[in-house]
Every structure is written in C-alpha cells, then in structure tokens.
Write a protein of this length. Structure first.
Length: 170
C-alpha cells in the first residue's frame, strides 16, 4: 500500500519495484516537490466542506494542473459540477470534472468518461477537493483508476513519484 494512493490502475508492488525502471519514469524534480508541498499547505489551510465548486477549481485543481504543465483551454461551470479541458502541447487533452467537496468520485466516473470519449482522450480526471482520481478514458469497461489523497501525496516519496509519473504532461 502507498500512503495517499489507491485504485486498480497500478499495484503498490509495481510502484515500489518497477515504476522507477520504466523508460521515461523520473523522480519528481526538486522544484516540483517544493511547489507541490507549498500548494498543498496553501489550500489545506483555507479549504473545507463549505468550498464552492469555483473555489475548488480555482484554488486546488487549476494550480495543480499548472504545476504539472497543463493549461486550461475551456471551463464550463454547471450547477452540479465544473468541467475543465486541460491541454498539454498539441495532442494531450485531459478532461477534468470537479464536484462538490468530498462527493463520492464513483458517482462522477460516468460524467468524466463521457467527456473523455468526446475529447478522444486517453485519461480523464475527477476531483472533489481532497481527492483526485485519474480514470482510464478508453478502456471504460474496466473502470480502472488511480485515486490520490491530495494532502498525503506530497508527504510520501513513493506516492509523489507515482503522482508525478502518471499525472505530468508529455
């Protein structure tokens, strides 16, 4: 088990033993680690159950995506959720669905996958403030995902390594 990470997309054994040896896998750079820790401290002290969808997006999700190298191309605020289209380079589109604080992400899966299908994206994200879930947008029948506790990931070296390598653009 990895602190702050759960889901069936990769196993804890794989993360501990194989991830570092994959081509292209790198430890998170020190600048990212420092910025990630600062980001987590900033929002943790100011956010909670009363945070609105806009606040979750503006204070948690968008700054995190920018740390990872994404730009926000489209934002659609709906009554029950917010949808973002995050872009890295020309070819990498990442649909993001933001739901109210601590809402179960299992309920958000369908909306996120729909957005991934429309965008022809390999992955999509759901976020409820404290947790972010990366969902396979192409093999939807598997419901494979990796969920990160956004407060715990920056504090654990293996969790940070997994987060960096599965979430970064390019």
């Amino acid at each position: 088990m990895i602190t702050g990470v759960r889901g069936r997309l990769i196993s804890a054994t794989f993360a501990h033993t194989e991830l570092r040896s994959l081509p292209g896998a790198t430890p998170p750079p020190p600048e990212f680690v420092a910025a990630h820790e600062g980001w987590a401290q900033r929002w943790a002290s100011a956010m909670g159950p009363s945070a609105s969808l806009r606040t979750i997006g503006d204070a948690i999700v968008i700054p995190l995506l920018k740390l990872l190298g994404y730009e926000i191309r489209v934002r659609i605020d709906r009554p029950l959720h917010t949808v973002l289209e995050a872009v890295a380079g020309r070819a990498t589109t990442l649909p993001v669905v933001i739901v109210p604080w601590n809402e179960l992400l299992d309920h958000t899966w369908r909306e996120a996958v729909r957005d991934a299908i429309v965008a022809d994206a390999k992955w999509c994200i759901c976020c409820n403030g404290p947790r972010l879930r990366l969902v396979d947008g192409q093999r939807t029948w598997a419901r494979a995902h990796l969920e990160f506790d956004l407060m715990l990931v920056p504090r654990d070296e293996t969790a940070s390594m997994v987060f960096w390598n599965v979430m970064r653009c390019g």
